[in-house]
Design a protein. Structure first.
Ligand code: PGA
Length: 255
């Protein structure tokens, strides 16, 4: 059974105290780990340790980095390597969020390297993909996302792809309040799973967790997560509010 995941992406928000309070509130919700449910909390680098302390004893909860360097340790001022994260026992990292692709010029090829560094260091990547509005308007979203997958993931071995986590986040739906319809999400998730089945096999495709991201809220989570190829969500704005994020956790599919 593939994992159903509620992933919080705090982005560049919160003071340390606010972050600790939020983590404590979220962690008050029990997670059904027996059903393969998982909560990831992607925090800014300085908060990895303090938030890990809070989540450590909570079954099913893991702290997650929002990025890591494409290179190994060396003269790269301001960067944080996968081996540093491994030394802190961090086992998840977002890779290729659209904000990093846009503001930090992260290409599909750089992201392939980041995925390699993560996997070499025992870190599970949460690989983000998704099309901008202009591409959706031309109805070229499938080709666009398939190219992101091909360029960044197709070099991975079947073992590395088994149980991999992908987040589909249409850029036009991020932080805009404009959510893809559950049918639009399902269509793209099915396309992504089919791509994995074609490049690997059906068994591996069925093991991959595909999260939807883009204006997920407590009011739309159940409908989106209810779709057969949607295995949870990557949540920005609503993950900063416990009264929003806790119902999102409880909206994960039960079977
Ligand atoms: P949003 O962000 O939920 O605020 O749209 C999602 C994301 O960027 O991961």
């Amino acid at each position: 059974m593939r994992k159903q995941i509620a992933a919080a992406n705090w982005k560049m928000n919160l003071t340390l105290q606010e972050a600790k309070n939020l983590a404590s509130s979220i962690a008050s919700q029990q997670v059904n780990a027996g059903m393969g449910h998982l909560v990831l909390v992607a925090v800014p680098f300085p908060y990895l340790i303090p938030i890990q302390e809070i989540l450590r004893s909570k079954e099913g909860y893991h702290v997650c980095a929002q990025n890591l360097a494409s290179t190994n340790n060396g003269a790269y001022t301001g960067e944080v390597s996968a081996s540093m994260l491994q030394s802190l026992s961090i086992s998840y990292a977002l890779i290729g969020h659209s904000e990093r692709r846009e503001y930090n010029h992260e290409t599909n090829e750089i992201l392939a390297e980041k995925i390699n560094r993560a996997l070499e260091n025992g870190i599970n990547p949460v690989f983000c993909c998704g099309e901008p509005l202009a591409v959706r308007e031309e109805e070229k979203q499938n080709e666009y996302v398939e190219k992101q997958l091909k360029d960044s993931l197709s070099h991975l071995s079947p073992e590395q792809m088994n149980g991999f986590i992908i987040a589909y986040e249409p850029i036009w739906a991020i932080g805009t309040g404009k959510t893809a319809s559950s049918d639009q999400a399902q269509d793209m998730h099915k396309t992504i799973r089919k791509w994995v089945a074609n490049h690997y096999n059906k068994e591996i495709a069925d093991s991959v967790s595909i999260l939807y991201g883009g204006s997920v809220k407590s009011s739309n989570a159940s409908e989106i997560f209810g779709k057969s190829d949607v295995d949870g969500g990557l949540v920005g704005g609503a993950s900063l509010i416990p009264a929003e994020f806790i119902p999102i956790i409880t909206s994960l599919k039960k079977a």
